[in-house]
Design a protein around this ligand. Structure first.
Ligand code: ADP
Ligand code: MG
Length: 891
């Protein structure tokens, strides 16, 4: 490529200095892309490419009008590009251009999406001396929200990342080389990974940046680790570097402490379908189900509550009180929601003001939204129940006086229907500024003179067909119809002849024209200047706007919880600090929306802390366990719950793991993942946690699986002592209820009528009937001898299954015993006994007995029959056939 000069050359030299993927450069009224960038953009966004020649070569060029840039930027960023924007400005010697912004997923201000848009940094401090661990920082440039969190290890860091679901992640120096962690981030989080300069993460520089931004004292009070400071500093640096200009709206830093929140690891958040279903749909998630918020800020807050349930009894009871008051005050709630409907997103508007992109209509939105706060307060005060609830504190927390001052200032300033451009005047109310009023008066006077000119001329000179107008080429003119054109006075100066008319001007008209142009310019400049001042004033109140926005969002989120509770007959759970969980007639919050739901109880307490849940396939085990987790989670955001009544001992964490086999169907998980997550649960769950295990262990061979399930049960029961629900198809686990004091069995009942299996969906105490299929065969009318024989055979099969294991060096199967008592395999059994004395007679007999190959084959086939899925008649035929074969071998 030959050296390009001129505009193209300028483009390439700017491009060289930025590390953005694409550059767009302002050229007059357009933003242009050149070279490869033009081709990329045209492919991605269907822009037309033309050729620009420069210095004898030609270069692809694609452009968009200035006013249309935003949607293109958004689209490019959403496709994963980082786009540098170079603006043009005037200099003494002409134009110059400079990159003013780099737009990236995490710094895109022009979002129309209601969701929080987090930019995150994650720093690995495990290798540096000092406090170690990981550090995380999250900033939402669209609202000015800034949060930091310490994380103990990589798992913890991942949990936080998953919780905030950032759109862009800046990995710190150590993390960049950690392929495992990066791999997981890529897999779990739909975020762009950006390598920001290493120096921004340097502890000293980062700490300095954080103190500058949030103040020495605040940072000291936060008590966060060095890696976290580094992450926060890097985020600030990046926000500054990309030219978003919103640092001013980042007024507060908040530390997210694990201790205040219920631990929800990434898998659990996904399993419980908090914000999206396993299929990645928003619809059908818990959030979508319970969200009745009126404002996008309220929706964001409610989602945040769901993702970060709380552990503090006081906090939760306060939220409950408000929800309770709101759920019974239906009329007042409606009124609040109507008023909230008038509110705009104040935090977003504050960011726009800081960035300098807020227009007059945005300030009008600020004014309108500020008025919502006193309106809410009024509704709350006029209802005794609401007034007595924490709601009145919520609306009183922002500086109400300052808010109404700002509102009044805006009321006096901004016109009622301002234009969307800020450079053409018409933004302000009369009386706002004397100088402006003078200009406007003068402007209007001249305009009036112009407007009435035609009439005056008609009268004075007896002309007909006279109009006065203006256009770009001719400026102001007097247009006179052809027939009358000859009679114009002498001082008329002809400027144009048209088919049916002539255009004239006069000295006076020209003078007025100059005056009106001067006044228009003056008015535009003055208004813009005043507007910038006003916008800066608003930007300076970012913190106030955020406070008011937060109060409105809180009322909105609480009213949403109340609405859902009232409309779905949810009840206020009684919260306490004990181990007890007692839910009567509980329902699944999402499934109840679409199904005739059969409610179920759950009871866990000190004596009964571990439930083994059994039941046939599709009977409702998974739903039951998710329902329990969902109810606890809802209780810990302060919500009411779907039940007749509920007592809930607060938990410090909810852990769920679905067996790889169930997950495999969705192509998401391997047995390895299943085990590492089980391991994580065993390591991190505590006595105060709720653990949900669904068919864990099923993803491997039977003996492996049962051993793992068994050992995990014991460990959870004896060591961790977490409240646990474990759904399993390993029937052997039900025997544990007799051996381990806190383990109890429950099963989901099913019944059969008229040859069809009916799932009753009712959870009852005790293990499921093991010979469920045979029971069905019995009900279906299979002859008694066959049913009895089936039971007999099944019994023998079970014994076999419990003992056969291959091992040792001999090719013969060595029989070992899986002992229900201590959960261990016993050594090889000798034909002449050697078993412990406490074994019962029949067992011993069975152990020693050898089985002939044909019987064994029959037994194996029998074991293969799936009693849950085989239709009764087929079941009968199969059993009959096996029976006959058995009889033959006996002969
Ligand atoms: P399992 O885990 O035992 O195989 P699931 O929990 O997956 O069974 O439930 C199977 C089906 O039954 C699901 O479609 C679910 O919606 C429905 N279901 C489960 N429990 C109930 C209930 N209590 N009331 C109504 N439908 C239910
Ligand atoms: Mg299931």
């Amino acid at each position: 490529m030959t050296e390009a000069t001129g505009i193209v050359g300028e483009f390439f030299s700017l491009k060289e200095d930025t590390d953005a993927d694409l550059l767009t450069m302002q050229c007059g009224d357009f933003y242009e892309f050149f070279g490869e960038d033009a081709e990329t953009v045209s492919e991605e966004l269907d822009l037309k490419v033309s050729q620009k020649s420069s210095h004898g070569s030609s270069y692809p060029m694609a452009g968009v009008p200035i006013d249309d840039l935003t949607p293109y930027l958004k689209a490019l960023v959403e496709r994963g590009y980082r786009v540098a924007v170079a603006d043009q400005y005037e200099t003494d010697s002409g134009h110059a251009r400079e990159v003013v912004r780099v737009v990236t997923p995490g710094t895109l201000l022009e979002t129309t999406d209601a969701d929080a848009q987090y930019l995150a940094a994650v720093v690995d401090g495990t290798e540096s001396p000092g406090d170690g661990g990981y550090g995380l920082a999250f900033a939402d440039v669209t609202t000015g929200r800034f949060l930091v969190a310490d994380a103990e290890d990589a798992d913890d860091a991942l949990t936080e990342l998953y919780r905030f679901d950032p759109v862009e992640v800046l990995p710190g120096p150590g993390v960049r080389t950690d392929d495992d962690l990066l791999g997981l981030v890529r897999e779990r989080i739909d975020a762009a990974l950006t390598l920001h300069e290493t120096e921004a993460f340097a502890p000293k520089r980062a700490a300095h940046a954080v103190r500058e931004q949030f103040g020495e004292e605040t940072v000291g009070r936060l008590a966060i680790g060095e890696p976290t400071l580094a992450a926060a500093g890097a985020v600030l640096d990046y926000v500054a570097e990309t030219g978003t200009g919103v640092l001013a709206s980042m007024t507060r830093i908040q530390a997210h402490h694990g201790d205040d929140h219920v631990t929800l690891d990434a898998t659990t958040q996904r399993n419980l379908e908090l914000t999206e279903t396993m299929q990645g749909e928003r619809e059908g998630s818990l959030f979508a189900t319970i969200d009745h918020t009126e404002t996008s800020a309220g929706g964001r807050l409610l989602k945040e509550w769901l993702q970060r349930p709380r552990r503090s009894l006081e906090t939760l009871e306060r939220r409950q009180e408000s929800v309770a008051a709101l759920s019974s005050a239906a009329l007042a709630r409606d009124e609040l929601q109507d008023r909230l409907d008038e509110a705009y997103d104040l935090a977003r508007l504050a960011s726009k003001a800081s960035h300098g992109s807020a227009d007059a209509r945005d300030l009008l939105s600020v004014r309108q939204t500020l008025a919502v706060l006193p309106a809410l307060a009024e509704t709350i005060e006029s209802n005794p129940d609401l007034a007595a609830s924490p709601l009145s504190d919520i609306v009183d927390r922002p500086d109400r006086d300052a808010a109404s001052e700002l509102r009044e200032a805006l009321e006096e300033a901004i016109a009622d229907e301002p234009p969307s451009t800020v450079t053409q005047g018409g933004l302000f109310q009369r009386g706002y500024d004397d100088e402006l009023d003078e200009v406007i008066d003068r402007h209007e006077e001249v305009k009036r003179w112009l407007d009435t000119l035609a009439d005056r001329e008609k009268k004075q000179y007896g002309l007909s067909h006279v109009t006065v107008d203006r256009n770009k080429t001719d400026g102001y003119y007097i247009q006179v119809g052809k027939s009358a054109a000859d009679g114009v006075p002498d001082h008329y100066e002809e400027i144009k002849t048209l088919k049916n008319s002539k255009r004239f001007t006069t000295d006076e008209l020209e003078e007025k024209e100059r005056e009106i142009l001067r006044l228009e310019e003056q008015r535009g400049d003055l208004e813009y200047e005043l507007f910038e001042e006003l916008r800066e004033e608003v930007a300076a109140r970012a913190e106030l706007l955020q406070d008011v926005g937060r109060a409105l969002a809180t009322v909105d989120a609480l009213a949403s919880l109340a609405t859902h509770a009232a409309e779905n007959r949810w009840v206020q759970p009684e919260l306490h600090r004990d181990d007890r969980l007692d839910v009567e007639q509980g329902r699944h919050p999402v499934v109840e929306q679409t199904t005739e739901f059969v409610p179920n109880d759950v009871r866990l307490d000190e004596e009964r802390g571990f439930l083994v849940v059994t039941g046939p396939n599709m009977s409702g085990k998974s739903t039951y366990m998710r329902q329990v987790a969902g109810i606890v989670l809802l209780a810990q955001i302060g919500s009411f719950v779907p039940a007749e009544s509920a007592e809930i001992g607060l938990v410090d964490g909810i852990f769920t793991r679905v067996g790889a086999l169930d997950e495999l169907a969705q192509g998401r998980s391997t047995f390895m993942v299943e085990m590492s997550e089980l391991s994580n649960i065993l390591h991190t769950a505590t006595e105060e946690s709720l653990v949900i295990l669904d068919e864990v262990g099923r993803g491997t061979a039977t003996y492996d699986g049962i051993s793992i399930a068994w050992a995990a049960t014991e460990y959870l029961h004896n060591e961790v002592q977490a409240k646990t629900l474990f759904a399993t198809h390993y029937h052997e686990l039900t025997g544990l209820a007799e051996k381990l004091p806190r383990v109890a069995n429950v099963h989901v009942a099913a019944d059969e009528r008229d040859g069809d299996v009916t799932f009753l969906r009712t959870v009852r105490d005790g293990p499921t009937d093991r010979s469920y299929g045979i029971h069905v065969a019995d009900l279906a009318g299979v002859p008694d001898p066959v049913v009895e024989r089936s039971r007999d055979v099944l019994e023998r099969l079970r014994e076999e299954k419990a003992i056969e294991a291959k091992g040792g060096t001999s090719s013969e199967p060595v029989q070992t015993v899986f002992d229900l008592g201590d959960g261990e395999f016993r050594g090889p059994a000798n034909a002449d006994g050697g078993q412990p004395a406490d074994r019962d007679e029949t067992n011993e007999h069975e152990q020693g007995e050898t089985v002939d190959p044909e019987t064994k084959a029959v037994l194996e086939e029998f074991a293969e029959i799936d009693v849950n899925t085989t239709p009764p008649i087929e079941l009968v035929t199969e059993v009959q056939e096996l029976q006959e074969r058995l009889e033959e071998t006996e002969r």
